[in-house]
Design a protein around this ligand. Structure first.
Ligand SMILES: *[C@@H]1O[C@H](CO)[C@@H](O)[C@H](O)[C@H]1NC(C)=O
Length: 432
């Protein structure tokens, strides 16, 4: 049976002593339907409230948290309540202080727990395993934990959870320990075309290694298609002699020394192309255990914006057109607006008739170009500034290009005529 727990709630922080705190998460347990596997589409879920308590999370000593009482389980154990108690002293949660502050900052914490079967393990094995994934809304915190139940001495008085069938502590909590975790400091990143990026992914494990063999796999998922970017297998005790890497994308790398030394499985991608955009999945497998992190990579490229004319002189007999070109930008969406600012205006005004857009041009490097063609209304007075304003996700602020309308010059044949008259007059005088 697959049990999945999805927990939504806020963290509560209870400082229990010097430099340690209990983090209490109010949650919802969701059990997935039987036999559908992890990703079963249309699976039905049953939701039950649950609580996850991290015991003795290390707190920086300068932390000025309001002193609260440590987490106290109900005095009369309730065998229907789902109270997960997790020891984090052996595997510290990176940036756990962000969890401590989430509650104060009113950031919602999304937490998902599922019953977990290590590879090749039999069902109903002892110990039991759970996977908890934590995400804090609005900040870059994402961690997946593997919890292993602690052994409880069983006798006739041992409390057994009604639903899970697992032995509980005297106070009715399910005692677990974090034995493995995979985390990331980023959930989503936007990088310019041809730039480089480091997609963050790290892992931690119990001091007693679960295995000496670690496998890192980075996959890219985009618009329903998936492909492998890089995979690496190495041994924690012999990185040099055992590392095998397959980099399917040119210019992708994971530092084997960092994997072994720091549990840092971050992926470096260089010379980014539009095709590199998508959802990256970092899977770390350590012996029988594996866990993932998901990071979104967006490629952004601001448009080059230019006007078709540097000088705009009003002519009475012909309509003038101006074109605004946005070239080689990504992604597709761009807004172009024509504005006028006459000498008497204080604020630019949007022209009622915004002209017409060309169709998008798609370049070989995946970028787009678009032009807007605008007919200058004859009513525009000299001195008016005509602006093409462009908004695009890759631009911090809209980009503007402008031209100032100049008054019509006297037509040149008038000069010729004037010159001729003067010449004729001059000769007339001379000849007389
Ligand atoms: C991995 O190392 C890089 C520096 O090379 C650092 O920026 C990043 O934060 C590290 N990631 C983890 C998960 O430790």
């Amino acid at each position: 049976m697959v049990i999945e727990v999805i927990l939504f709630g806020y963290f509560t922080v209870c400082v229990s002593g010097d430099g340690v705190a209990d983090v209490v998460l109010s949650c919802t347990l969701v059990e997935e339907g039987v036999g559908l596997g992890g990703m079963g589409g249309g699976a039905s879920f049953r939701r039950t409230p649950a609580t996850l308590v991290f015991r003795d999370v290390a707190v920086a000593s300068d932390e000025s948290l309001e002193t609260l009482t440590p987490f106290v389980p109900p005095s009369v154990p309730d065998l229907d309540l789902l109270l997960f108690e997790a020891k984090v002293s052996s595997v510290e949660i990176p940036n756990a202080d962000l969890l401590l502050h989430a509650d104060c900052n009113e950031q919602e914490v999304m937490c998902e727990i599922s019953s977990y079967s290590p590879r090749g393990s039999r069902e109903s094995s002892d110990p039991a395993y759970f996977m908890a994934s934590l995400n804090v809304e609005g900040i870059e915190f994402s961690t997946v934990l593997i919890l292993q139940t602690l052994t409880v001495e069983k006798d006739h008085s041992t409390l057994i959870h009604n639903k899970l069938g697992l032995p509980l502590s005297q106070s009715g909590t399910l005692l677990t320990e974090v034995i493995f975790l995979v985390f990331s400091h980023i959930k989503s990143v936007s990088v310019p075309l041809r730039g480089d990026v480091l997609l963050n992914c790290g892992f931690k494990q119990l001091q007693i290694p679960l295995s000496q063999e670690v496998a890192i796999e980075w996959r890219l998922q985009h618009r329903g298609k998936g492909r492998r970017v890089l995979d690496m297998k190495t041994r924690l005790d012999d990185a040099e002699g055992s590392t095998v890497v397959h980099a399917e994308r040119r210019g992708s790398s994971v530092d084997a020394a960092k994997v072994v030394g720091e549990g840092n499985a971050s992926l470096t991608l260089s010379k980014l192309k539009v095709l590199d955009e998508g959802t990256y999945i970092c899977t770390v497998s350590l012996g029988l255990f594996h866990a993932q992190q998901v990071i979104r990579l967006h490629i952004i490229q601001p448009p080059h914006v230019s006007l078709s004319k540097e000088k705009l002189v009003l002519k009475s007999e012909t309509r003038q057109t101006l074109s605004c070109h946005c070239n080689n930008y990504y992604p597709l969406d761009v807004q172009m607006e024509w504005l006028s600012l006459s000498l008497t205006d204080t604020e630019p005004a949007v022209f009622p008739d915004q002209g017409s857009l060309s169709s998008h041009r798609h370049h070989g490097d995946g970028t787009f170009s678009l032009s807007s063609h605008f007919t200058v209304p004859p009513s525009v007075s000299p001195g008016t500034k005509i602006t093409c304003r462009v908004s695009h996700t890759a631009l911090d602020a809209p980009l503007s290009v402008s031209v100032v309308v100049e008054s019509p010059e006297p037509d040149s044949y008038m000069w010729v005529l004037g010159f001729l008259i003067i010449t004729v007059l001059f000769f007339y005088q001379v000849m007389r």
